[in-house]
Design a protein around this ligand. Structure first.
Ligand SMILES: Cc1cc2nc3c(=O)[nH]c(=O)nc-3n(C[C@H](O)[C@H](O)[C@H](O)COP(=O)(O)OP(=O)(O)OC[C@H]3O[C@@H](n4cnc5c(N)ncnc54)[C@H](O)[C@@H]3O)c2cc1C
Length: 385
C-alpha cells in the first residue's frame, strides 16, 4: 500500500515550510518532502548576508516569527544587521521545531495525476499519493545564462548558485557577469577570500550603494490578502509602476555594507558593457567587451539571475503538458492553483500572477494563507503578523 496524505508539499524551503505549517494548523493532513532549506544551505555561501530584515518571517499565524525567534534566544535583532544567512537558517530550524514539521528528506523524482489524485515518486522508488500537491520549487531550476556561456569550459565557469565556496579562487582573476546584489556580493566574497582581481561586467550603469527600506512592500502584500486577485486586477501601468518601485529598491540599489569589501585595488566595474567575444586558451579565458576592452580570467561567474520556465522543474515533467503556462510562469487562479486541479504553485513561480514580492520570503505567510484557504474552500484562519 503506498503512503497517502491529503496534501503533499514538495520542496523544503521557506514557502514550503510556511504552507505546510499553516495547512497543519488548519487541520489538513500534510506531508512535506525535501531536504531542509537545501537551496539556502547548499547554494548560497555560508558567509552571505540577507538583504531582508527580521520583520520578514514564515508564520501565517504571526506567532513563530523571526522576531519571536530572536526573543526566544535572548538576542537583539539590532546586533544582526545585516543578518548572516546562518542566523536565518537557525530561525527556519526553530520554526520547524515549533510547528512540529516532520520533514521527509527524500526528493520527489516524478509526479503524475492518473485520476483525481496525485502520485509522487520518491528517489528511493517508493510513492506517496495525495489529493492535493503544493509545489514550492524556488528558483533553483531557473538559472538564466547568456547564450555564450557554453563557450567557456565548464571548469572555468559557474553560476552564482554553484559557487558558494571561494578558497579555490584565491589568487585567481575572475570576471563576474551581472551587476546586481549577487554580482557585487560575490565580488566582495571573492575579495575576502583572496582573489587577485575581480572584473564586474554589466550592461547598466554602476548601481547605487545605499541603505533602503523594504517597508513599501508591506502594503502590497496586505492588499494581496485583503483583495483576492489584487495584483492581476491592477492595470498594466499600475503593475509596471509597482514593479519599477521594486526594481529601484531591490535591483538598482545595492547594500552599502558591500562598499568597503570591494576595494578598487581588487574590483573593477565595467558598466554599460556587454560581452561580444570569447577566446579560450589552455590556461585562461579572454572576454572581449563591447567597449573594445579584453579581460583575461581564470574563472567566469554568471551572476545573471533566474528566469521562470516551469518545464525545467524536473519533478513536474510528467504534468507540465497539462498545466497552462505563459512566458514560463504557470497561470494561477486567485487561490494559487494551476489549471490542473489540485496542483498549487507558490514562490517565484507565482510572481507573474501575484506580484514580485512572492520571490522573497516576505510573501510566505500570505501565500500560505491564500493557498490553504483555497484548499479549504474559502475557510481557514485569519492571517497574523
Ligand atoms: C543569492 C540569493 C540571496 C537571497 N537573499 C534573500 C533575502 O535576503 N531575503 C529573501 O526574502 N529572499 C532572498 N532570496 C530569495 C530566496 O531565494 C527566496 O526568498 C526563497 O528561497 C524562496 O523560497 P522557496 O521556498 O520558494 O524556494 P527555495 O528556498 O529555493 O526552496 C525550494 C526547495 O525545493 C527543494 N527541491 C528541489 N527539487 C526538489 C525535489 N525534486 N524534491 C523535493 N524538494 C526539492 C530544494 O532543495 C529547495 O530547498 C535570495 C535569493 C538568492 C539567490
Amino acid at each position: 500500500m503506498p503512503d497517502r496524505t491529503d496534501l503533499l508539499v514538495v520542496g523544503a524551503g521557506p514557502y514550503a515550510y510556511s504552507a505546510a505549517a499553516f495547512a497543519r494548523d488548519n487541520g489538513i493532513e500534510t506531508r512535506i518532502v525535501g531536504r531542509p532549506m537545501a537551496f539556502w544551505r547548499n547554494q548560497m555561501p555560508a558567509d552571505m548576508f540577507l538583504r531582508s530584515g527580521p520583520d520578514w518571517h514564515l508564520d501565517a499565524r504571526g506567532e513563530h516569527t523571526f522576531e519571536a525567534f530572536f526573543e526566544d534566544r535572548g538576542l537583539r535583532p539590532a546586533d544582526f544587521d545585516p543578518i548572516p544567512v546562518a542566523v536565518f537558517l537557525e530561525y527556519t530550524d526553530w520554526f520547524r521545531d515549533c510547528k512540529g514539521l516532520d520533514l521527509d528528506e527524500r526528493l520527489v523524482t516524478g509526479l503524475t495525476k492518473p485520476n483525481s489524485g496525485f502520485v509522487a515518486t520518491l528517489d528511493d522508488g517508493t510513492t506517496i499519493t495525495a489529493d492535493k500537491v503544493l509545489a514550492a520549487p524556488g528558483v533553483g531550476s531557473f538559472l538564466n545564462l547568456p547564450e555564450w556561456y557554453a563557450d567557456v569550459p565548464p571548469a572555468r565557469r559557474s553560476h552564482t548558485s554553484d559557487l558558494v565556496s571561494f578558497d579555490s579562487l584565491a589568487g585567481a582573476r575572475v570576471v563576474i557577469i551581472g551587476g546586481r546584489q549577487s554580482a557585487y556580493e560575490w565580488a566582495a566574497l571573492l575579495t575576502d577570500h583572496g582573489a587577485e582581481h575581480v572584473d564586474v561586467v554589466h550592461r547598466h550603469s554602476t548601481p547605487n550603494f545605499a541603505k533602503v527600506s523594504w517597508h513599501f512592500v508591506d502594503q502590497y502584500v496586505d492588499q494581496t490578502l485583503t483583495h483576492r486577485g489584487w495584483w492581476r486586477g491592477l492595470s498594466p501601468e499600475r503593475q509596471r509602476a509597482i514593479a519599477s518601485e521594486f526594481w529601484q529598491v531591490g535591483r538598482l540599489t545595492l547594500e552599502p555594507w558591500l562598499v568597503p569589501r570591494i576595494p578598487d585595488t581588487v574590483v573593477t566595474s565595467h558598466p554599460g558593457c556587454a560581452v561580444v567575444g570569447t577566446a579560450v586558451s589552455e590556461h585562461d579565458v579572454t572576454l572581449t567587451l563591447s567597449n573594445g576592452k579584453a579581460l583575461t580570467a581564470d574563472h567566469v561567474v554568471f551572476a545573471s539571475g533566474y528566469r521562470a520556465d516551469l518545464a525545467r522543474v524536473q519533478y513536474l515533467s510528467g504534468l507540465v503538458d497539462r498545466v497552462s503556462v505563459t512566458e514560463g510562469f504557470p497561470d494561477l487562479t486567485e487561490g494559487l492553483e494551476t489549471s490542473l486541479a489540485g496542483l498549487y504553485l507558490t514562490g517565484f513561480a507565482a510572481t507573474r500572477d501575484f506580484g514580485p514580492f512572492y520571490g522573497f520570503t516576505k510573501g510566505c505567510p500570505s501565500a500560505a494563507h491564500i493557498a490553504v484557504t483555497d484548499m479549504m474552500g474559502g475557510g481557514g484562519e485569519e492571517v497574523g503578523g
